[in-house]
Design a protein. Sequence first.
Length: 83
Amino acid sequence: MRVLIQKEGEMFVGQCLEHDICAQGCSVDELMSRLVLTVDLECSERNGSLADIDPAPEEFHKMWDNARRLADEQCGYEVALAA
């Protein structure tokens, strides 16, 4: 699952692209922990499937295309930072 991360004020906001799910945190690590928890909760509420959650709006996909990629070994997730 691809995650677009933006800094908004003092918070980091992560938007999944394949499913319109987002979370926020005071650090990237906190954000990703919260996002994993949110995805797990959504998945458990839907009997193990996220198929009925639409993709993120197109604007986030365009931002992803123009964002700076982080190496997988930096964070363990496929993420990109948006300006």
